[in-house]
Design a protein around this ligand. Structure first.
Ligand SMILES: [Zn+2]
Length: 280
């Protein structure tokens, strides 16, 4: 089963939730980056020379609301080989959160590894797992993934998006939406057209939930490296540079669902540029 880890952020609480994780050769994930470019980055590779890709989500307790940021891979067979079975509901339960406790679900974007536990299968029907939650999606992102049959299928519309819409749980928003006064949307387009990050700002402490603005800690330094999955690599690079500069300037914490668990750390500049410094 996946892990969880609590962090206090001012008056709010942030819980890193691990749905699953995987590992793969860096060239598979970053097809444009030659293997020898990784020569100086052994610290980010495992003993087999692979990158570790955590598959995570976040729980935020802010101003009386229980907010889930992304919903992981889900219980259906995933289109990638996993090191552990996806287990977000059990991880939530271990953290003391029942599905009915979740008031709000928000998304960084609508890729399959961020929407999967929207629903569970009940006798062949996909039913919402978080029936009391409004599910907040950026309109640009929703319009993109529902814009053609091919994209609807890629987003598993029938199983994970449609049932939320049909149940009246879908709320579409635009731009810098305030989920609570402490948790605010920061648009970071490029990985997908409506991709967003979130800043949690409470009691003088600040953390950025960066979604898929970056997937690997090496990108804090190599901020022009794009994974194959970035839809618009010019835009994703611009968003990555902008948000890491902002995070470093503010001395804020980074929370990444794809960096090795728990994916918490800082962006710190030295003589050789900006680097990832994990919180251990
Ligand atoms: Zn992702």
């Amino acid at each position: 089963m996946g892990q969880f880890q609590r962090t206090q952020v001012g008056n709010a609480e942030l819980i890193a939730l691990q749905d699953s994780w995987t590992a793969m050769p860096p060239s598979m994930f970053f097809p444009d980056i030659p293997t020898d470019a990784w020569a100086g980055y052994g610290e980010f590779l495992d003993e087999d020379g692979n990158i570790t890709l955590n598959l995570g989500a976040w729980l935020v307790a802010s101003e009386g609301s229980t907010i889930l940021v992304d919903t992981g891979l889900g219980g259906r067979s995933a289109p990638m080989s996993l090191k552990e079975e996806a287990s977000l509901p059990s991880v939530l339960q271990a953290a003391g959160v029942k599905p009915g406790d979740v008031d709000i679900v928000v998304y960084t974007h609508l890729h399959f590894d961020h929407t999967g536990w929207n629903t569970i299968d009940e006798e062949g029907t996909a039913v919402p797992l978080f029936p009391n939650a409004r599910h907040i999606v950026q309109r640009t992102e929703w319009d993109y993934w529902t814009g053609s049959d091919e994209l609807r299928e890629a987003a598993q519309y029938e199983n994970v998006l449609g049932p939320i819409e049909a149940a009246g749980l879908l709320v579409l928003v635009e731009g810098e939406h305030a989920v609570t006064r402490e948790l605010v949307t920061v648009p970071t387009p490029g990985h997908t057209p409506g991709h967003v990050s979130f800043v949690l700002d409470s009691g003088g402490e600040r953390v950025y939930l960066i979604g898929d603005a970056a997937h690997q800690p090496v990108q804090v330094h190599e901020d022009s490296w794009c994974p194959g999955a970035d839809i618009d690599k010019v835009a994703s690079t611009a968003s990555r540079k902008k948000i890491f500069a902002r995070i470093e300037e503010e001395g804020a914490l980074i929370a990444s669902g794809h960096f090795p668990f728990p994916g918490l750390g800082y962006a710190v500049s030295g003589e050789d540029g900006r680097n990832w410094r994990p919180v251990t």
